[in-house]
Design a protein around this ligand. Structure first.
Ligand code: NOJ
Length: 531
């Protein structure tokens, strides 16, 4: 079976992972030094957020040179060394690719600015004499004006001009970039904004942005995403990837609610997998989760692609915080929303076991394994996410889930590096350092290490099917062949467990007067049932 069908993939957000050179920003030397930690955690692969040369206006999702490493992270030689070292530890390496837009510092955009209106250089982007009504995903209009009066499209920040994917040079450039990194041994690519590359011809206004027109109906492509032509691009890319042999894969960042349209990206000659954002956004509620799981399995079965299970990433509020809120489906970042972190953490432990027990691949965002919460009280001047600025602070942005990891010690920067951390870490993280958690069998880190090891060893886990078991209200229970059962208690009462030997539990199991043990609320357990 191909490794990516059931891999546990750890997301490394490089500038917040570990700092090797003491400048307060994570880098490749820091990552290399911590590879044994990742090997011992028990993951199969790493996904590295963009490491390319970048002005970092959007944390590296603004690329100035797709064939160079940002100097704050290291050099191309460092990258090659890390790929090799990861492979020696048995870890595959997936790198991010950002094809929807470049940085405004990219030579192509600089040439376009110089060459002026009507020039061939401007055709690689979307320049127009008038903007349309599209809004930036980061807030505000999706158009900015240049000195000669023309406007250019940017679905994200104004420093991220959208490329024109109808232009043959854009297409040729990206297949060449894929080859550049495949030649250096990467095992796959995570495709940023994968459904938005192609825009509707003529860039018409979007009806959903007219307040007095009916809103856009699901099931049809929007003017700025999910155009049918985007699939040709991925078929081309797939041919390139497959020509390298081995077991390489694509994972798409695809935020589409319509399951039919989502599944089209996972047809056998396109992408291998895509992130499951429906699962990430789902409330901590048995019925809602069961529904999302069923829909996920049905959607993927049609195209024979393995599902993925994602709880957090560098763009959303950390789930230990989300699950402690009254509205557990709320993914926003307003500091006014209170959260009970004790409750959120218990649920995060249970959710980890749920996500690792389901068939398919599972993602771990760095710090999930330490149970890190979202950080809300960052000083304004430290905040770097353009979302904060573009929404005038209404949305706090994503810095709170990107705070550098606490590795050890009693005070910030908690051994992140020798020279501080680019975002301040809360003092309470003293309790959450990797070093401290390693010495505590009941810690989140110990739970992740055990569960990932069992997941790897258990024949039942990984790719394949599952069957729901009868269970009481508020309880999710399913079995997988041969002889594995997962029970998650989302109710408010302790529940009886079916017969079986506990393999991993997210909380201490209660004693039953007679018969099997009992599972407390907001907890999960894996059982070997031996049938
Ligand atoms: C999705 C990435 O995950 C996010 O961090 C980035 O800001 C946008 N795409 C734009 O590239």
């Amino acid at each position: 079976m191909s490794w990516w069908r059931d891999a546990a993939i750890y997301q490394v957000y490089l500038r917040s992972f570990a700092d090797g050179d003491g400048d307060g920003v994570g880098d490749l030397a820091g990552l290399e030094a911590r590879l044994p930690y990742l090997r011992d955690l028990g993951v199969d692969a790493l996904w590295l957020s963009p490491w390319y040369d970048s002005p970092m206006a959007d944390g590296g999702y603004d690329v100035a040179d797709y064939r160079a490493i940002d100097p704050s992270f290291g050099t191309l030689q460092d990258a090659e060394r890390v790929i090799g070292a990861a492979h020696q530890h048995g870890l595959k390496v997936i790198v991010d690719i950002v094809p929807n837009h470049t940085s405004d510092r990219h030579p192509w955009f600089q040439e376009a600015l110089r060459a002026g209106a009507g020039s061939p250089e401007r055709e690689r982007f979307h320049f127009r004499n008038w903007p349309n009504n599209w809004q930036s995903r980061f807030g505000g209009p999706a158009w900015s004006q240049v000195d000669d009066g023309q406007w250019y499209l940017h679905l994200f920040d104004s420093t991220q001009p959208d490329l024109n994917w109808d232009h043959p040079e854009v297409r040729a450039e990206f297949t060449s970039i894929l080859r550049f990194w495949l030649d250096r041994g990467v095992d796959g690519f995570r495709i940023d904004v994968a459904a938005r590359l192609v825009k509707q011809q003529g860039l018409p206004d979007k009806p959903e942005e007219h307040p007095d027109l009916p809103s856009f109906a699901d099931g049809k492509p929007a003017a700025d995403k999910d155009r049918p032509e985007v699939h040709e691009i991925y078929r081309d890319w797939r041919r390139v990837l497959d020509s390298y042999g081995g077991e390489r894969c694509f994972v798409g960042e695809i935020w589409l609610d319509d399951p039919e349209r989502f599944a089209r990206y996972l047809r056998p000659d396109e992408l291998h997998t895509a992130f499951n954002f429906a699962f990430l956004k789902c409330a901590w509620e048995a019925g809602a989760l069961r529904d999302v799981i069923d829909r996920t399995l049905a959607t993927h079965a049609k195209v024979a692609a393995p599902p993925t299970w994602v709880l957090s990433n560098h763009d959303v509020t950390r789930h230990a915080t989300r699950y402690g809120r009254e509205d557990t489906a709320f993914t926003g970042r307003l500091h006014r929303v209170p959260s009970d972190l004790g409750l959120g953490t218990r649920r995060a432990r249970a959710a980890a076991l749920l996500s690792m027990a389901l068939p398919g691949g599972v993602y771990v965002y760095q710090g999930d394994e330490l149970g890190l919460p979202e950080v809300f009280d960052l000083p304004e001047e430290a905040r770097q996410d353009p979302v904060f600025r573009r929404t005038a602070g209404l949305d706090l942005g994503r810095d709170g889930c990107r705070v550098p990891l606490p590795w050890g010690g009693e005070a910030p920067p908690f051994e992140f590096g020798a020279g501080g951390a680019w975002l301040p870490q809360p003092r309470e993280w003293r309790e959450l350092t990797a070093a401290r958690q390693l010495g505590d069998a009941d810690s989140m880190l110990s739970l992740y290490r055990l569960a990932l090891r069992v997941r790897r060893d258990e024949e039942a886990l990984g790719d394949g099917g599952m069957r729901w078991l009868e269970s009481g209200e508020g309880v999710l229970a399913f079995e997988r062949d041969p002889g594995f059962t997962c029970v998650v208690n989302l109710s408010r009462r302790e529940v009886d467990l079916p017969e079986g030997a506990p393999l991993v539990a997210s909380a201490e199991l209660g004693e039953a007067a007679a018969g099997p043990a009992r599972l407390p609320p907001d907890a999960a357990v894996w059982l070997r049932t031996g049938n």
